[in-house]
Design a protein. Structure first.
Length: 599
């Protein structure tokens, strides 16, 4: 799906701002609400999660539906165009109404959707209502509890006669922020229009050879003009599918991005898509970008900040990439859901490498919030399979042209050992689907939970072994010697597989400002010791191709006995102040080259 852009053939209107808002019921949304202005509405900012914009437990812990509302009008000169209403992301389920009539529904909180409103938007004022459900359950990604029931149990058994309030219990370790979290846009295209553009770059000697396809609707001729960064035309092409050659191509490289622009025209429609020319390949135990062995230095992140919650914050995006470059980091994973399209374009521009992850987190009923008690068959109990296929297809369709994306992650910390055969039956088709969906056929991974890896039949099916490991925190916390031994045993195991291995998470909760001369857990000194001890082991393995810490910054979680004001494993605080470890990593990473570290 193309990102909405202003061009000589397309008008673009951003509906960001203050909308009317109301909390609604838990289970169903009453369509009648959408037919009239909300009575005594609250004011809410869009785009942003709603949770932290107002005070009160009922607001923060709201379970179920809310309504957003505003009026929209179409400028009269655009009346003859094709008109679309597009949502960057609405978490977790959306129903969109215009003048009381249901236009569309969308499941999933992290990918865009749009609906054509040509002929439905009338002259003058139109009432736009967006109903949003925040419920997570056994059928959603991410996974949560069923029916708002208290599935956690906690440490003690439930007390008979007590009825806990219904609420979302995420089977994942981040706050279930909800609402219209990414921009809402109204845009137009001509009646004959460009529907999609696919670009598949390759390198032939000093030339870039790019295969392309332009999907169109209506009548017209397709032509392409390829411009370099100075706006000079370097190639042309014609027809809906073919290839073009860029002589003496400038490659897109980590920290040295070069972007060309494909200016595509079809009849009167035109659309400009920036792209980089680079190759990605897993060869043996190496991860190659442009044919050179790449070393991932970076983070698992979150879209998370004060007041915005999970809402798009472009200032923060620019700041985060700036901090990464300051430290010599070259990459991050979009843990645990696809990030905004704005962030993906920014990473293309800034030369930051991205592992792009679906929202499949919590597909594990024997771990985390859901854990405890007799083992359960995750794959029998969850109803995520079809939706999981959808999010893989939709994420790849959205992000397929981004040079920054070098690998897809189909899930984080799934149940890959407890019932190994059902895990393989669930994940092998998803691995195949990801490869089949990607025109560039990038590597595909699944991010593995700390487990009895000798029994894991799922991880080895994937192209890169991505490990979330907490030796020295959840396992052997405070005993870094034992942590090192356990980690070395595990890496001895994985290196025999002959595939690249990397950390997609490792870290220690650290309270900023807490210091001790003799480090203990939670101090800033312990965080640095934890990382130093870990690297003393990982640096010995040639197959170990990357280190992405958990987490870039402290972030919000549900309240509970495991978390004091959220997860504190950040290298930065939530407001982006560096902990000691940021300076440690800055020194380490500026000395580790992006390419050839282990060769
Ligand atoms: C892993 C999860 C991540 C958590 C982290 C932690 O992938 O989302 O926040 O551990 O416990 O299990 O800090």
């Amino acid at each position: 799906m193309l990102y909405p852009k202003l061009s000589q053939s397309r008008a673009l209107m951003d509906l960001s701002g203050i909308w009317d808002f109301a909390l609604c019921g838990p289970d169903t949304f009453d369509d009648a609400i959408a037919g009239a202005p909300l009575p005594k509405p609250m004011s809410i900012a869009v785009p942003a999660s709603y949770n932290d914009q107002k005070e009160g437990v009922d607001f923060r812990d709201h379970y179920g539906w809310v309504a957003y509302q505003r009026t929209i009008s179409l400028p009269a000169p655009l009346a003859e165009e094709r008109i679309l209403l597009r949502f960057g992301a609405v978490a977790q389920y959306a129903k969109v109404y215009l003048n009381g009539a249901l236009l569309c529904e969308h499941k999933g909180g992290f990918l865009p959707f749009e609906t054509e409103i040509t002929g439905k938007i009338k002259p003058g004022c139109n009432l736009l209502t967006v109903a949003v459900d925040n419920k997570v359950d056994y059928g959603t990604l991410p996974v949560g509890n069923e029916d708002g029931s208290s599935m956690l149990g906690g440490m003690l058994a439930a007390v008979p006669g007590v009825t806990p309030k219904r609420q979302n219990m995420p089977n994942f370790d981040f706050f279930n922020y909800a609402g219209i979290s990414r921009p809402v846009k109204l845009y137009t295209t001509p009646k004959s229009y460009i529907a999609d553009i696919t670009l598949i770059p390759s390198v032939n000697g000093t030339d870039g050879v790019v295969h392309y396809r332009v999907d169109t609707v209506g009548t017209g001729e397709v032509s392409l003009s390829i411009k370099d960064e100075l706006g000079q035309e370097v190639a042309v092409a014609a027809g809906p599918e073919g290839s073009f050659t860029i002589p003496n191509v400038q490659l897109w490289e980590p920290h040295a991005a070069y972007l060309y622009t494909a200016e595509v025209t079809f009849g009167t429609d035109c659309y400009a898509e920036p792209f980089g020319v680079r190759t990605v390949e897993v060869r043996g135990a190496q991860f190659l970008i442009n044919g050179k062995p790449f070393y991932f230095k970076g983070f698992g992140k979150h879209e998370d900040s004060n007041y915005h919650g999970r809402g798009l914050d472009e200032v923060l995006n620019v700041k985060d990439l700036s901090l990464m470059k300051w430290m010599g980091a070259n990459s991050f994973r979009t843990s645990h859901y696809p990030y905004s399209e704005e962030m993906m374009y920014l990473c293309d521009r800034e030369g930051i490498v991205v592992i792009d992850e679906t929202p499949a987190v919590g597909v594990n009923l024997n771990f985390g919030a859901a854990g405890g008690g007799a083992p359960r068959d995750t794959y029998e109990l969850l109803r995520t399979k079809e939706h999981h296929q959808d999010v893989i297809r939709d994420m790849i369709a959205r992000d397929k042209n981004h040079a920054c994306v070098v690998m897809w992650s189909v899930a984080n910390e799934s149940d890959t050992t407890a019932v190994p055969d059902s895990a393989v039956a669930y994940y092998k088709p998803l691995y195949d689907l990801a490869h089949a969906s990607d025109p560039q056929n990038r590597p595909v991974t699944i991010v593995g939970v700390q487990n009895d890896y000798t029994k894991d039949k799922t991880l080895p099916l994937f192209d890169v072994i991505c490990l979330n490991r907490y030796y020295g925190w959840y396992v052997y916390g405070g005993d870094l010697g034992a942590a090192q031994q356990a980690l070395a045993l595990e890496l001895d195991f994985w290196q025999k597989l002959g595939k690249p291995v990397m950390f997609t998470e490792y870290g220690a909760d650290t309270v900023a400002g807490l210091h001790l001369a003799t480090p203990t857990m939670f101090t800033e000194e312990y965080q640095v010791d934890f990382y130093e001890a870990t690297h003393a082991v990982t640096d010995r393995y040639a197959c170990f191709v990357g280190e992405q810490t958990w987490n870039f910054a402290d972030f919000a979680t549900i309240q509970g006995v495991m978390r004091v004001d959220g997860n504190k494993k950040g290298i930065f605080t939530r407001d982006r102040r560096p902990k000691f470890a940021a300076h440690y990593f800055k020194k380490r990473w500026t000395e580790i080259p992006n390419f050839g570290y282990k060769s």
